[in-house]
Write a new protein. Structure first.
Ligand SMILES: [Zn+2]
Length: 104
């Protein structure tokens, strides 16, 4: 799992979101609920602020892969964190159990 974490390749920290929009034109079908889209955006956080970057159709697959890798990376990292926490707990318990009093 650790090697998997390191072999993932490049990623983009963020997620893809899909938007449908209405335009300003009168009598456009979007005014009747048939909105334009989907349009894809890369959502990223910069110092507490979320910024959306428009993703062109021909870039969509690439960005999809990049954000999936990021999700994968984060998931694996979180799983390892939990495993380490559990191991730490086990060692703590073991240390308490095995420590004997020694009087000369
Ligand atoms: Zn429209």
């Amino acid at each position: 799992m650790e090697s998997r974490l390191l072999q993932l390749g490049p990623f983009v920290p963020g997620s893809l979101i899909k938007r449908y929009t209405t335009c300003g034109r009168a009598n456009c079908r979007c005014q009747q609920g048939e909105k334009h889209g989907p349009f894809w955006y890369l959502s990223r956080r910069f110092g507490g602020r979320t910024r959306l970057t428009y993703v062109r159709e021909e870039k969509l697959e690439e960005v999809q892969l990049l954000v999936e890798r990021y999700r994968d990376f984060q998931r694996t990292r979180q799983r390892l964190r939990e495993i380490f926490r559990e191991l730490e707990r086990l060692f703590d318990g073991s240390e308490r159990e095995r420590a004997v009093k020694f009087d000369s």
